[in-house]
Design a protein around this ligand. Structure first.
Ligand code: ADP
Ligand code: MG
Length: 321
């Protein structure tokens, strides 16, 4: 049986699941007009900037094509929400450009459900998109409201470098998610959560907005992404790997390379941010799930110390080309 045509598909899986706004524009994140017209009509919150970002996820490059569509949708949105979190912006709206090899209800139903449930969890509304036929690819553009942005270029030499939670879980999980290695059912579940359900760090970014000098989310690996703060701020960094919060999953799945994985593995979407040393005690007092791992310095490049000795990683992080 052929699946629904383009317009039926949009109605059935997207329009029906997302409120299309109210004429007054007061309810639902200021959506005056949502899915269905030439454009969405949106009311920006008074006195705030709009923060916007777009990410494309290509099947078998950014996620396994045969993966659970519910989790693929959830991950695609979470990855985009992470950019809003790292800018310290509150989620408002997103659009979805979906390229599908075919119109398959068995795939679309769980995909749309994963998207809607994740959107609901984070208070973001789907307001439009585009649907085309071709190799599976998911492009999401998110827009948020931002009062106190956390940019990459505000750091100074001497600022302390922090990361949220633990690093290395998603990269250690990837071979499990791809079915390349077999693990216990418990580890399988932990791996799938680490890879498919990264947690955008809204709470941490919000809590440090008055202290942080720069911030970003770690998508391509700590060394690569910290490198972006260093480049934007024209600085270097000194890291103490004895303090690196290495994920338990990285230890259990990649015992001999856990630290390397935590340094260079991508997909964790934890927050990396810098704080001037004078705010150290105030940030400590916030009791956040964060760890100081080093500081910025004048000398370009990133240098690592491990057990008191200089240490050189083999790789530096994910690059697309
Ligand atoms: P247009 O021809 O003006 O580009 P489309 O036919 O592509 O319009 O889309 C019709 C309506 O459905 C538009 O409001 C568009 O934003 C929305 N839409 C299309 N695809 C999607 C999708 N995958 N998710 C959400 N909204 C969509
Ligand atoms: Mg279109």
């Amino acid at each position: 049986m052929p699946g629904p045509g383009e317009f039926e598909l949009i109605r059935e899986y997207f329009t029906s699941r997302f409120q299309t706004g109210s004429r007054s524009g007061t309810a639902d994140n200021g959506v005056e007009l949502g899915i269905g017209d030439d454009c969405a009509l949106l009311l920006p919150p008074a006195g705030k900037r709009l923060a916007t970002s777009v990410d494309t996820l290509v099947a078998d490059v950014h996620f396994p094509a045969g993966g659970d569509p519910y989790r693929i949708a959830s991950r695609a949105l979470r990855v985009n929400l992470s950019d809003l979190a790292a800018m310290n912006a509150e989620p408002l709206w997103f659009t979805l450009a979906l390229t599908l090899p075919h119109s398959d209800p068995a795939w679309l139903e769980p995909f749309a459900r994963g998207l809607a449930e994740t959107a609901h969890e984070f208070g973001i509304t789907l307001v439009g998109g585009d649907t085309t036929k071709g190799p599976l690819s998911i492009t999401i553009q998110v827009t948020g409201a931002c009062a106190r942005p956390l940019r990459r270029d505000g750091a100074s030499a001497g600022d302390i470098i922090y990361v949220s939670n633990q690093l290395g879980a998603a990269a250690a999980a990837l071979p499990v998610v791809l079915g390349e290695v077999t693990v216990s059912p418990r580890q399988q579940q932990q791996a799938e959560t680490a890879y498919y359900a990264p947690e955008p760090q809204f709470a941490v970014a919000r809590a440090v907005e008055g202290y942080a000098s720069a911030a970003l989310d770690i998508s391509d690996g700590l060394l690569a992404d910290l490198g972006h703060i260093c480049d934007a701020s024209q600085l270097g960094a000194e890291l103490n790997l004895d303090q690196l919060p290495v994920a338990v999953l990285a230890h259990s799945l990649q015992a001999d390379a856990a630290v390397e994985t935590a340094l260079t593995g991508g997909d964790d979407y934890q927050l990396c941010f810098t704080v001037p040393a004078r705010h150290r005690d105030a940030v400590q007092a916030l009791q956040l799930p964060i760890t100081p791992i080093g500081h910025l310095s004048e000398e370009p490049g990133i240098r690592c110390q491990w057990h008191g000795k200089p240490w050189q990683p083999r790789g530096t992080g994910y690059q697309h080309f």
